[in-house]
Design a binder for this molecule. Structure first.
Ligand SMILES: Cc1cc2nc3c(=O)[nH]c(=O)nc-3n(C[C@H](O)[C@H](O)[C@H](O)COP(=O)(O)O)c2cc1C
Length: 421
């Protein structure tokens, strides 16, 4: 892509300061939104743009906003900046380099949803990002973009930055809200969905950082501009964070449906040390891994679903030859076991068992029955856990057994990891 849109301010000196942001056209979309649109018109615009949630599930943002029950106030908007999925670091770049872009997106989205109090829930580890956001929020108040009667429009908005304490489950929307309310971050049963009963049991919109960041550009350039990129069902632009065995890991902005090969070879500099690619995790650690035969898959929601995986948060992890898949999956299982909140038994017990069995296979104590046992445990977590964290833990396990069964068997038969000296 020639001209970056979402990343346009990244690399510009002092891009986090309001003066620089405004010199580069910042807060013009807000002026336009307040002057030219009624809230319902903005919801319609975002609906027509087809913008889908960038937090993982890909639900259309404008449709979510239209679920807010009519006439029920106060309503809240919460920006999900928890960014806990391993491999995902795109929101961090936006927060640290372009905090005003996010704030402008939040203000416009709040105006559209008739919200007067909004929160940014940022993961505890993002201390620098939280400080950048707090400074930027203060600047926005000082310039009249937040607070009472914003730009003389009569619209009021308060924005509060809230730091989490470093739990993956607090990225799940109901866990996030529970944590924001001051309780332990445990998920809640849905329905009711947050749009009808969320924070403080009031209607609440929850959107990912990148989702909200897109909104000012859609206001400025129109829904047709957005739908001119990507595919009919997956329109627009997406940030991809690529890591693992590539020469230039980082965050790249591409139209949806760009082939995976283009991202890896043209943007990320190709595989590290020229080693062949063994597997790719395409959308964050919870998404099933794929093999290099799918290098030409278009990176959009439907194309990845068609090959049994997901676009997720757009976090592509490239795994080169010479890497032990069992060790990789054991490490991921350790993460999910640690992050399982313990509320429900299938996830709490199941993720622990997955880790223990993978650990014994990797360390030479595996048994042939362990592969069917792992899959049986997966079946007892999948669709049976209280929230999707349980399902998230299964992607790497199931897909690695499907694609690398022989490597598991080699560990078991040789009673050692063949990749260790
Ligand atoms: C275990 C788990 C962790 C999640 N972590 C995040 C996260 O860190 N950031 C995020 O935006 N969404 C995360 N989500 C998705 C949110 O629940 C929710 O779908 C999202 O914030 C909605 O915003 P969007 O529609 O703009 O994507 C997570 C979901 C689950 C099940």
């Amino acid at each position: 892509m020639a001209e970056p849109v979402l990343l346009r301010n990244v690399g510009v000196p002092d891009s986090h300061k309001i003066e620089v942001y405004m010199q580069r056209g910042g807060y013009q979309a807000l002026r336009k939104a307040l002057k030219e649109f009624q809230p319902a018109g903005l919801v319609d615009l975002v609906k027509r743009s087809g913008l889908r949630g960038r937090g993982g599930a890909g639900f259309p943002a404008g449709v979510k906003w239209s679920f807010l029950p009519k006439g029920v106030y106060p309503r809240y908007l919460v920006c999900n900046a928890d960014e806990g999925e391993p491999g995902t670091f795109k929101d961090r770049v936006l927060i640290e380099h372009d905090p005003h872009g996010l704030i402008e997106g939040i203000i416009i989205s709040c105006y559209a949803c008739e919200v007067n109090t909004a929160f940014i829930y940022i993961r505890g580890e993002y201390e620098f990002g939280a400080r950048r956001l707090e400074q930027a929020v203060q600047e926005a108040y000082e310039h009249g973009f937040l607070g009472k009667n914003i730009l003389g429009s009569g619209f009021n908005l308060d924005l509060i930055v809230h730091r989490g304490a470093g739990a993956y489950i607090c990225g799940e929307e109901t866990g996030l809200l529970t944590s924001l309310e001051g309780d332990r971050g445990h998920p809640k049963l849905k329905p009711p969905f947050p749009a009808s009963e969320g924070l403080y049991r009031k209607p609440t919109v929850i959107n990912n950082v990148e989702t909200l960041f897109n909104v000012p550009f859609i206001v400025e350039r129109g829904a047709e501009w957005y739908t001119s990129m990507g595919t009919e069902k997956s329109p627009g632009i997406k940030l991809f964070c690529i890591s693992g065995h590539v020469n230039k890991p980082g965050v790249y902005e591409l139209p949806l449906a760009t082939p995976l090969r283009t991202l890896i070879y043209d943007y990320a500099g190709g595989p590290l040390e020229g080693k062949p690619i063994k597997a790719i995790i395409p959308g964050g650690s919870s998404t099933p891994m794929i093999t290099p035969e799918h290098l030409d898959v278009p990176l959009d929601y439907e194309s990845l679903a068609a090959i049994g995986t997901m676009l997720g948060s757009g976090a592509v992890i490239v795994i080169g030859e010479g890497t032990c898949i069992v060790r990789t999956v054991e490490r991921l299982a350790e993460f999910y076991r640690h992050e399982s909140c313990g509320k429900c038994i299938p996830c709490r017990e199941g993720t622990d068992w997955l880790y223990k069995i993978l650990h014994r296979i990797e360390h030479g104590a595996g048994r042939e029955e362990d592969l069917p046992l792992l899959l049986d445990i997966c079946n007892n977590i999948g669709g049976k856990s209280f929230c999707p964290l349980g399902d998230a833990a299964l992607g790497p396990v199931r897909s690695s057994i499907a694609h690398f069964r022989d490597e598991y068997l080699q560990h078991i038969r040789e009673k050692r990891c063949p990749f260790q000296d």
